[in-house]
Design a protein around this ligand. Structure first.
Ligand code: GLY
Length: 332
């Protein structure tokens, strides 16, 4: 990883304990294990960042929510809802490419500044899985609901059954059936998940992540996107992170949690994302064959990203204007 600068809150060590007194030493110890908020000013201008170019429109929607007085959690939910509602998208929402049985199954999660989280996995026939995830968080004592249970919960919450089939996804599936090659590898240019991180004008951070997952996946397969700590993690004292790419590799490294913990210890968002990508690389001999990307924001409003392969970009909306930012990647 790039050498990041650890915050040297106090370096007196044990010898300095008598001179500086016990309370500061305790504070220093707590700092070293990450229990104390970062000493920089919290950014309160509002910002949104999300994966891939389809994030541009989602960011604009989240920004509209912010301007209408919405909080970070509303920004995150409504932002990704826009992408879920795009039925031409082949990797998010009901228009997504199906599993190998021909059924589109959806994974999503959401996490708020209060540390609460909700998630749905292997959900079918519901247009807005991220909103169902929010209901799981707000209306149940649980974090995760899966499959038929998640569907029943969604219906009980007033979501409607939706049989939509994307003709383009069906055509691609029929083509895939001619060989039925089971190759659970994400193409490095595949725009898969939308992961979105939002910061409101209080400086609070929330995030959401939603996808139809790996194309032609084994039935019941769940990726990183609905797994708190893998596809998304928020710690409102530190920042937030989200991921895209081959979910199995992200889950094995608890990727988004790792990014946030690196930031807690002083890494910039870009440095933290790079460290998580390098962790993925070390654990996978075949890392050249798939893509993983992370993006992150800290409480100062600094943002950054890093990917295994060239080709990852993220959408950033800050100070009222949006741009598509090309992520750095491993070049060795
Ligand atoms: N990152 C999406 C998935 O692996 O399902």
């Amino acid at each position: 990883m790039g050498q990041y600068t650890r915050r040297k809150f106090l370096s007196a060590g044990a010898a300095g304990a008598t001179a500086i007194g016990f309370a500061p030493l305790l504070a220093a110890c707590r700092e070293s294990v990450g229990e104390v908020a970062a000493p920089y000013a919290v950014f309160k201008g509002g910002l949104v960042l999300s994966t891939w170019d389809f994030g541009m429109k989602s960011n604009e929607e989240a920004w509209r929510v912010l301007q209408a007085g919405g909080a970070a959690l509303d920004m995150a939910e409504k932002g990704v809802n826009l992408c879920e509602a795009d039925l031409s998208a082949l990797s998010v929402g009901l228009g997504g490419l199906p599993d190998r049985e021909g059924k589109t199954t959806l994974d999503a999660c959401i996490m708020g500044p209060d540390g609460k989280a909700g998630s749905v996995m292997f959900l079918e026939n519901i247009r807005h899985p991220a909103s169902v995830a929010r209901r799981v968080m707000e209306k149940t004592p649980h974090v995760q609901l899966v499959g038929e249970g998640a569907y029943q919960f969604a219906i009980s919450e007033g979501f409607t059954h939706d049989d939509y089939k994307n003709p383009e996804a069906e055509k691609a599936y029929r083509q895939w059936l001619t060989e039925s090659k089971y190759e659970p590898v994400i193409n490095i240019e595949n725009h898969d998940t939308i992961g979105l991180l939002a910061m409101d004008t209080r400086g609070d951070i929330a995030g959401a992540c939603t996808t139809s997952g790996l194309a032609y996946k084994m039935r019941g397969r769940v990726g990183d996107s609905p797994i708190i700590g893998a596809g998304l993690y928020i710690d409102n004292e530190v920042g937030g992170a989200t991921s895209t790419g081959l979910g199995e590799a992200v889950i094995r490294t608890c990727g988004s949690f790792l990014v946030v913990e690196m930031m807690r210890r002083g890494a910039t968002p870009a440095e933290a994302c790079e460290e998580a990508v390098r962790r993925v690389m070390k654990k996978h001999d075949n890392w050249r064959e798939f893509q993983v990307g992370f993006l992150a924001v800290n409480k100062a409003g600094d943002t950054g990203a890093f990917a295994l392969q060239e080709g990852f970009s993220y959408a950033l909306h800050k100070e009222g204007k949006g741009e598509l930012v090309r992520s750095n990647w491993l070049k060795n």
